[in-house]
Ligand binder design. Sequence first.
Ligand code: NAP
Length: 480
Amino acid sequence: MVGGTTPGDETRSRVRGAIPHGGPGLRVAIVGAGPAGFFAAAALLKEGAQVDLYERLPAPFGLVRYGVAPDHQKIKRVASAFDKIARSPGLRYFGNVEVGRDVGLEELRAHYDQVLVTIGAASDRRLGVPGEDLAGSVSAVSVVGWYNGHPDFPSAPPLDGRRAVVVGLGNVALDVARVLIRHPRELEPTDIDDDALLALRRSKVREVVLLGRRGPVEAAFDLGELQDLTRLVGVEVGVDAAPGELEAALTGAELDSATAAKVAFIAGLPRADALTGRRRVLLRFLASPRELRGDAEGRVRQLEIEHNELQGPPGAARARGTGRTSTLAADLVIRAIGYRAVPLPELPFDAARAVVPNEGGRVLRDDGEVEPGLYVAGWIKRGPTGLIGTNKGCALQTVQAMLEDAARGSFVREGGPGAIDELLAARGVRVVDYDDWLRIDAAELEAGRARGRARVKTRSTEELLEWLETPPRTSQRAAR
Ligand code: NAP
């Protein structure tokens, strides 16, 4: 019982007051059903809160479904933990509801004690060099979305050329390189998108160059991910470095054990000219793209790169251009230089850092004051870094703040839990609830079983919504 209302109260009463212990009776909307959203939901449910989880797409799980590479099925298993959370009696799933389009953030806030935004980082950082918009120059975000069946990224990158250059040395760069270069046969048992698998079977890409602006010490990828690349059947991994270049980059470095192991592993890789196999990945350090050049059709064919030197202590050294340039042929250029958050209407946004300004998850207004009842967690809170599990601690920090604020009475709400359903229904929004998702999930898994694959996804939102309106046995792509 909160301030005279019960959770079932459908009236548009305005309520203000303290919730004892912060949890029981608290009504929270979480915007974004990715890892941060689910970790926060679990923590709030444990304290007795009621959680409505909003997701722009019909399918839940965010980067677990649409970001983690299809050949990393073990990592995707965390979805079963999220599924258990979603089945909790205190949670309602509102899939296919875009906050900022179907319902405004301020409208949503009026229906809940607190709103937590966990929308991640849906876009990409740009290189900012001439030629970046040529055909065949794409973001890793779009390639990852494409092979994972994300509805926003239906277009295949052009795979009709021999060499792809991936700019950046993070784990995403390695994911993309691995999916492009590994034999497509090995992707068949995964949940890779059907069209992507077909395109990869036809792909002519036989060499992926990973281009890093700094040296091996500063490479952002994990050693394990690089080792996985070297274990691919029929793929050679080597280093493309001028004589003495690697050694110079390492001089004077005092490294922690993890970095030392990574650097030793890189130093032990064969040099480019020693590779003889048909499929290869080359690591190239200390070079930044300066310009992408195209052919007469406007299709990227070449990168001009500037060679860099390092300035500062190893690990924290900055790349500085030497003015020395050279060219590198490329039929496809993929920038894997980081994700970037997209602002949500009515939510403060720091465009320079591409995060929502916050203090431990409490959203800060432009004047630097805390905006009561509004919170962030995950990549929109701290930027696009860290593994899936990193979002747990991040979400818990925010939930702690939410519970403290609720106990102090800093919340405002009007309308019971039914009011938001009525509002969405009046706007003709087709909410995909968790039972709907379970039907989709079952159909995808069944289609996968029939073809020896982990699952067969349906990319198109329209197709999914149409399928939901038809009896379960009617054919849809996932049920083929
Ligand atoms: P990231 O780890 O931040 O790596 C970004 C890379 O882009 C860095 O090598 C960075 O180089 C480079 N870069 C940035 N701006 C550049 C520019 N203007 N020119 C050239 N290079 C530039 O980001 P991410 O790879 O997108 O990964 C995001 C997060 O997800 C990371 O925490 C990652 O570990 C995690 N993730 C994990 C896995 C896994 O565990 N399997 C898989 C995918 C992603 P500098 O270092 O020089 O800035």
